[in-house]
Design a protein around this ligand. Sequence first.
Ligand SMILES: C[S@@+](CC[C@H](N)C(=O)[O-])C[C@H]1O[C@@H](n2cnc3c(N)ncnc32)[C@H](O)[C@@H]1O
Length: 237
Amino acid sequence: MMNPLSDWWNYLKVKLGFQPDTSFVARQLKKPGGFYAGKITDRMNKVNHSLLELTLSQFKPGSGERWLEIGFGNGKHLSGVLNDCDLNSLHGLDHSAEMIAMAERENAKRISDGKMELKLGCSSEIPWPDSFFDRVYCNNVIYFWQNPQLHLREIKRVLKNGGELACGFRSRSTMKNLPFTNHGFVLYEPGEWADTLRRAGFEELRQHLVTESRELNPSLNISLESVCLVGRKPPAQ
Ligand SMILES: C[S@@+](CC[C@H](N)C(=O)[O-])C[C@H]1O[C@@H](n2cnc3c(N)ncnc32)[C@H](O)[C@@H]1O
């Protein structure tokens, strides 16, 4: 994912007060790192806060439960999730070493008291044992899965029987207005993602959809259609 020439060029552009190239922004969203990591993660936290709330609101606070977040960005929200949702433990997986480092700094206390664990890795090969988690969630990550079934199979493996997966994302009709999505993003309408989840063997799907007001994100100048789809791994037969 490193592209030294493009990174250098975009560094210069940003230093001079210009917007970076859309292909550079797309690469940063997929795997934040380098000089732009702090900027893009701050921006993501602002624009995606309401989607995070939508996704978490689909899960009842689960005392004694173990949850996994895939693709947590800089992880500023993780200690809040752990406290508010009354969990036994919260675990996080991200394939960017810089996101892991930032999130470790943000959540040092909860990591040292054993309530939080963060690992570097990709959702196509999740570094936890079978049937480990009660719930798994991810926000704005599915766009980067070129073969979603590969990732969903792994998520199903680490979920307990009857455990739930929640995926938060913005619909294709929203995302296609943002030029960086032309660079390798895989976009879905809610029904298409529901079909993908069903194909992976998730059942009892629930869909929640919110159209956010334009004023919430004036710089984007569009209304974001936020979607959260929840599916259950079938209980043991
Ligand atoms: C667009 S950012 C979203 C961050 C945050 N969830 C949000 O909604 O603001 C995508 C995050 O997922 C991580 N990521 C993308 N694909 C991944 C994968 N296959 N496995 C693990 N992490 C991934 C990236 O490193 C980044 O931290």
